[in-house]
Design a protein around this ligand. Structure first.
Ligand code: ADP
Ligand code: MG
Length: 222
């Protein structure tokens, strides 16, 4: 199995008022093609900081990497990569879904335009193709009546559907890696199970790898 990401000796410090705080201490892991890696740990153990480092979205210079930290995407170092490399990495290659959809979604944009915006920002395609892509994505994540839903706003969707929308946006540019940061923590158990099985089937359909972040061992086993 090919490793798509290799994280070696990753340590991350934050500058705080009275010195530095080590949020991630020398972790090592690989992500294989089309596999799911679960990143598990109690609250505050550094899971989200690790995810943000893979996206290269940590607040700099408050955050810093230890000298021997390495994060390689397809054998290319991404710590301190150029702005241009990072822009194509985020969204096109690595994409993320968060725990709380309402903070990630834009309340004044329709469901359909949230997806078309993302696609058009990252890919050179026409509005017409982007709209088609939006409907296809809503269908892929099993939002019922995609045509009707596309014209609605996030607050008009149920919690489970908002999660599906967030996943649709994250997958709209066909990323190779999807980072799901506690994506089901706020959901009730039935909807949680639906989202988990959706992610699993999407992994097969889209050929992506998933980093699944959670503190819940029951979720890990699923
Ligand atoms: P979790 O495993 O719950 O996702 P986080 O990765 O969010 O944990 O946080 C790990 C630790 O890093 C926590 O103690 C958190 O307070 C600290 N931390 C996160 N972001 C910052 C920041 N910008 N400045 C200082 N400390 C931070
Ligand atoms: Mg977190």
């Amino acid at each position: 199995m090919k490793n798509i990401v290799e994280v070696k000796n990753l340590s991350i410090d934050f500058n705080v008022r009275n010195g530095t705080f080590r949020a991630v201490d020398n972790i090592n892991f690989d992500i294989q093609n089309n596999k799911t890696l679960a990143l598990v740990g109690e609250s505050g153990s550094g899971k989200s900081v690790t995810a943000m480092s893979i996206m290269q979205l940590l607040p700099m210079p408050q955050a810093s990497y230890s000298e021997n930290s390495s994060i390689k995407f397809e054998n290319k170092e991404i710590i301190n990569a150029s702005k241009q490399d990072l822009l194509s990495l985020r969204g096109n290659i690595i994409s993320m879904v968060f725990q709380e959809p309402m903070t990630a979604l834009n309340p004044v944009l329709t469901v359909g335009s949230q997806i078309t915006e993302t696609v058009m920002r990252h890919q050179n395609i026409s509005l017409k193709s982007a709209k088609k892509r939006a409907l296809d994505m809503l269908e892929l994540v099993k939002v019922p009546e995609p045509m009707r839903r596309a014209n609605q706003y996030p607050h008009q969707l149920s919690g489970g559907m908002r999660h599906r929308l967030m996943i649709a946006i994250a997958l709209a540019c066909d990323p190779q890696i999807l980072i799901a940061d506690e994506p089901t923590t706020a959901l009730d158990v039935t909807i949680q199970a639906e989202i988990l099985s959706l992610l699993n089937s999407l992994k097969k359909k889209t050929d992506c790898s998933i980093i699944f972040i959670t503190h819940d061992m029951a979720v890990v086993s699923q």
